[in-house]
Ligand binder design. Structure first.
Ligand SMILES: Nc1ncnc2c1ncn2[C@@H]1O[C@H](COP(=O)(O)OP(=O)(O)O)[C@@H](O)[C@H]1O
Ligand SMILES: Nc1ccn([C@H]2C[C@H](O)[C@@H](COP(=O)(O)OP(=O)(O)O)O2)c(=O)n1
Length: 257
């Protein structure tokens, strides 16, 4: 069955539709490149992802950011997401996977850094069943609890969950739910562990070595940035708009000739 891009987005637009095309049918092109980025809260995932975007042209999708945007959007599930995040708990996969798939399809890119996901087995299975995508590798930012605590308390982004009580719960959830996922990927030889206690630049040097191990080359800064920031579809939209503007001006000028 050939599935159009529009149908794919629609298929992810409601939780009950999520398996509309059957689990054995991939909704995605097989050549999508996905790297999962895992690590405890405050281990530096977002910081390193920003560096990777600049150097390698991946689109950064933070599961946590997408969930926070969903709360802000005032959607039906916003209240439930907000309560779970405040408690340091993991949001049901159907919500998170839907947001990730939509963002992937809308980006127009084919290389994704998926940050803070899969956070538990349920996340992993839901994503895999729907997309048939296996990550190229999984970056694991291994950081001491003391350092993660220090970083979160200094982060000051006004997040509801960056307080001592919720931080403790998030560490527990990480140990109970995320570490087993990391162990599973480790058995498959997919984990690339990085000492994340080190300064940002040193951590990034280690990240670069891993990308080079997988033959992923750095791309030119300009090209990476424009595509990562705007996305292919928005660039096309801008080009269309500019050509319309040009037509209007040409017509107006012709009228005066
Ligand atoms: N290697 C590092 N050394 C010191 N501070 C760091 C390092 N990496 C990130 N930080 C800082 O720690 C905080 C948490 O980092 P962040 O990237 O938001 O972590 P995560 O996405 O894993 O929660 C941020 O304020 C960031 O600037
Ligand atoms: N796959 C995910 C990712 C994040 N969440 C929720 C639960 C997490 O405690 C919060 C915040 O995650 P985020 O990755 O933004 O931040 P930390 O790594 O915890 O600093 O979002 C989730 O439920 N499922």
């Amino acid at each position: 069955m050939v599935v159009s891009m529009k149908e794919r987005v629609e298929a992810t637009s409601s939780a009950s539709n999520i398996n509309k095309f059957g689990s054995e049918e991939s909704l995605f092109d097989k050549n999508f490149k996905v790297v999962f980025v895992l690590g405890g809260p405050g281990s530096g995932k977002g910081t390193q992802c920003a560096n990777i975007v600049k150097h390698y042209g991946f689109t950064h999708l933070s599961a946590g950011d997408l969930l926070r945007e969903e709360i802000k959007s005032g959607s039906k599930s916003g209240g439930m997401i907000k309560n779970l995040m405040k408690e340091g708990q993991i949001v049901p996969s159907e919500v998170t996977v839907k947001l990730l798939l939509r963002a992937m399809l809308e980006s127009g890119n084919d290389k994704f850094l998926i940050d803070g996901f899969p956070r538990n087995e349920e996340n992993r299975v839901a994503f895999e069943n729907l997309t048939n995508i296996e990550p190229e590798f999984v970056l694991f930012f291994d950081c001491s609890v003391k350092e993660m605590e220090r970083r979160i308390l200094n982060r000051k982004q006004g997040r509801d969950d960056d307080n001592m009580e919720t931080i403790r719960k998030r560490f527990e959830v990480f140990n109970e739910s995320t570490l087993p996922v990391i162990e599973g990927y480790n058995c498959k030889g997919k984990i690339r562990k990085i000492d994340a206690d080190k300064p940002v630049d040193e951590v990034f040097e280690n990240v670069k070595a891993i990308f080079s191990e997988f033959g992923i080359e750095e791309v030119s800064y300009k090209k990476t940035n424009i595509r990562a920031i705007m996305g292919f579809e928005r660039i096309m939209c801008l080009i269309k708009w500019l050509s319309n503007v040009k037509k209007i001006f040409t017509k107006k000028i012709l009228r005066y000739l």
